[in-house]
Design a protein around this ligand. Structure first.
Ligand code: HEC
Ligand code: HEC
Length: 345
């Protein structure tokens, strides 16, 4: 693995001429990738610390069900941070303790990974899909979070702060157990990318765009953004249904431009960069410890690229991305993320 990383460093150096300065990056973070409709405020204060204790337990009596599951859970069970509902145990291997329950006695406390990333690891646009990521890559990322080398460029996003805190409470054994678990799950389609001039009307809530239903429902111009939204807001918010995926509306023409950038290294503005396939694999399903990109959430992909470009993701392996990123504009991030999201996994 070390050898491969060194080989990639060589590619990076040969083509990019070093891992030094990133683009000055005059553009602010693309709000859509963070699930907001308004730009980030550069004068924002740093992330607040995570809340010490879980919020008061909600409704424990109402019984909720999901088609195809033999279980019923109350809203309190669904929102339990140390034992979230597992609707479909048959969909995934047996969860290690840290994924199923986290560790409440840790300092700081560690919530169950399955709560946000879901027991099957598919995750949501505001966090990350962990299925099929190389185990070594996952451990490296957890260490990067722990060592304050991964943060977020839009400080409104407080769940990144939570993610950082969990890694500070985790043991090495827990990191490895979680890494092997999520790595062993085969990725399957989860986000459907749709090229369109319009998108459904959405409301931005908790870092995600929820499609408006009822009398206020409708469509609006998409413009130059990606709108990623749960197929069902109820499955997403109320039930946390791990079988209900996402739709991503991307501007017409972005897939073709994205393909050129990702496969040939030609940016929207015509500059040349290293093609992404050189390191992420011809099928973009990853190569050794380099993570897969095919079929993953476009918002997540764009967010990470922006974070790396702007010094908010500076992990051990992040410099490999630097020569590529220094040339890219927000338009490039958009088309790359759209195309990558549209690929079969
Ligand atoms: C409060 C919700 C939450 C919980 C619980 C949580 N995470 Fe995360 N995780 C996030 C968010 C949010 C991100 C993405 C941060 C960003 O985009 O800035 C993330 C990102 C990650 C990534 C980076 C993925 C990549 O492709 O680089 C890994 C790995 C990860 N989480 C592992 C875990 C593990 C293991 C646990 C259990 C100990 C866990 N997470 C628990 C919210 C959570
Ligand atoms: C020289 C090798 C190299 C090239 C070329 C390259 N990458 Fe990467 N990429 C990496 C490595 C290594 C990582 C892991 C970085 C880390 O650990 O922080 C990575 C991480 C990423 C991530 C974060 C994934 C996650 O799970 O969080 C994204 C998104 C990404 N690359 C997109 C791209 C795109 C798009 C291109 C082409 C425009 C590209 N990369 C070109 C080596 C490369």
């Amino acid at each position: 693995m070390k050898k491969l990383i060194l080989g990639l460093v060589a590619i990076g150096l040969a083509i990019g001429g070093g891992v030094a300065a990133l683009a000055a990056g005059g553009e602010g973070p693309p709000a859509w990738a963070w699930g907001y409709t308004t730009p980030a405020d550069p004068a924002q204060a740093p992330l607040p610390p995570a809340p010490a204790a879980p919020a008061a337990a909600p409704d424990t009596t109402t019984q909720i069900s999901v088609p195809g599951s033999k279980f019923q859970f109350s809203p309190a069970q669904i929102a339990a941070r140390f034992a979230p509902a597992d609707w479909f145990p048959e969909d995934h291997p047996q969860m290690p303790e840290v994924v199923a329950h986290g560790r409440q006695s840790a300092t700081p406390e560690v919530w169950a990974c399955g709560f946000c990333h879901m027991p099957n690891g598919k995750g949501r646009p505001e966090n990350a899909d962990l299925t099929g990521l190389p185990a070594d890559y996952i451990v490296q990322q957890l260490m990067d979070f722990k060592n304050d080398r991964r943060n977020t460029s839009d400080k409104r996003k407080t769940n990144t702060g939570l993610m950082i805190n969990f890694t500070k409470g985790m043991t090495r054994e827990e990191m490895e157990a979680a890494a092997h678990y999520f790595s062993s799950i085969a990725p399957t389609p989860w986000t459907k990318v749709i090229e369109s001039d319009t998108a459904p009307k959405t409301i931005a809530r908790g870092g995600v765009f929820l499609t408006i239903t009822g009398k206020d429902a409708g469509t609006e111009a998409l413009g130059n953004r990606i709108v990623e939204t749960p197929i069902s807001a109820e499955d997403f918010e109320v039930k946390r249904n791990p079988r209900s995926g996402f739709l991503a509306y991307v501007p017409k023409g972005s897939l073709k431009k994205g393909e050129k950038l990702v496969r040939d290294g030609a940016t929207v503005g015509g500059k040349k960069v290293t093609a992404c396939v050189a390191c992420h694999g011809v099928d973009l399903r990853g190569l050794g410890p380099v993570p897969p990109l095919a079929g993953r959430s476009p918002s997540y992909i764009a967010r990470q690229m922006y974070d790396m470009q702007h010094g908010n993701r500076t992990g051990t392996w992040s410099p490999l991305m630097a020569p590529v990123l220094s040339e890219l504009t927000n338009d490039d991030l958009l088309v790359a993320a759209a195309y990558l999201g549209s690929l079969e996994r």
